[in-house]
Design a protein around this ligand. Sequence first.
Ligand SMILES: [Zn+2]
Length: 397
Amino acid sequence: MNPERLLIYNAHLGSIAGEWQPGWLLTEGKTIYRMGAGEPPELEASTVTRRIDAGGRALIPGFIDLHVHGAMGHDTMDASPDGLREMSRFYARHGVTAFLATTWTASREETLAAVQNVAQLTGPLPGGATLLGAHLEGPYLNPAKCGAQDARQIRRADPHEALEFLDTGCVRLLALAPEFTENLWLIDECSRRGITVAAGHTTAGYEEMRLAAARGLRQVTHCYNGMQGFDHRSLGTVGAALAIPEIDCELIADNIHVHPAAQKILVDVKGLQHVILITDAIRGAGLPDGEFAIGDRMVTIQDGAVRLPNGSLAGSVLTMENALRNASRSTGRPLQESWVMSSHNAARAIGIAEHKGSLETGKDADLVLLDADYSVNMTVVEGRVIFERAAADPTRM
Ligand SMILES: [Zn+2]
C-alpha cells in the first residue's frame, strides 16, 4: 500500500529564513515530502490521499509544549496511561503536535511512577499529539520560590534517586535550583546524557547562573515566575536570564503570569529565537471553572487563573494557540516572525530540531493551520489529520 499523501495548498507557509509566502506542502507518510511557493504541481489524483484548500490561512509547524502538566481532569502525576492519552488529544485540538509530560515535586515513589508511565507511552499517541518524554519540574528546587510546588517535598539532588529517574530514559528536560551546590552535579550528568537543564523555582543570582551556565544549564523555567526578580545592582534570576546569551526563556503568555509589557521586554532583549512559549497547564485545562486537587491541595480556577487558597498562581489553563496570540500581540510581532516561539525554539532547546519545529523537506509533517485570529483550524501530527474544525463549528475556544 502506498503511504498517505496530503496536499495542502493555498496556504501561507512560515519558514526559518523568514519568508512568508503563499504556497503548498505535500506530505508522504509521516514526513514533509515536498513544498514550494505558488500553485501546487500537477499530481496524479491517485497519488494523493487528500487535497486540502487552506483558504489562504497560515500553515506553521505544530506547537511543541515543553511544560504542561495536565488537562481534562488528568495530570502527569496520576501515572495513568489513559490520562496521558486524553491529555494528548486535548492538546492536539489546540494545535499541539508534540509535548513533554511534566511532573510536579512529589515523593520518590510518585515521581518514579509518573516518569515510568511516560517512558512506556513515549511516541505517537492515537488521535493526539506525540509524547516526546518527560520534563521533571523538581523536586530539586528552592522552597523559598516554591509557588504551587509542595515545599515539604522539595529536596536536594540525591544521586541514587535522581539517577533512577534519568535511567527511565525518557527525561528530556529537568528544572532545578542551581544555587544549591548539592544540585550542581546533576547539571553535569544531564549535559552528559543530552538532557536539557533549566533553572526553576530558584533564587539563583547572576554569578550562580553564570557558573551553572558554564556547566551546561541552558534554560529558565517560566521566566519571571518562581524566581528572584530583577534589580539593577542585584540582577536576580530574571536579570541573569536576560543577560546570559546561552539561556533560553520559557514564557507563560496568558497575560496573568506575566504582564504583556514584560513579555515584550523579554522578547526585545533575548530575541524571538530565545523565548519558548509554554502553557504550564494543569488538570483543569479544558474544564469549566471550579475547584481541583493538585496533590493533596485544592486550587480554584476562575476567569482563566488558577490559584491556591493563599492567592498564589498554580499553573494555568492556557492553550498554545492563545499563548501564541497573546505573545504576538504583546510583543507587536506578526505571526510570520513570532511562530518560532511556539515550535522551533522548543525543538532546538531539547535537541530535536533535526526532525521537528520547522517546515522543511524530510522533517516530520507536524503542522497547524491557523485562522487569522490564531484559532486552530487543523492539526496534522506526523502526516495524520488529527483535528479539523468543522466549517460551521461555533465552539472556537
Ligand atoms: Zn509547571
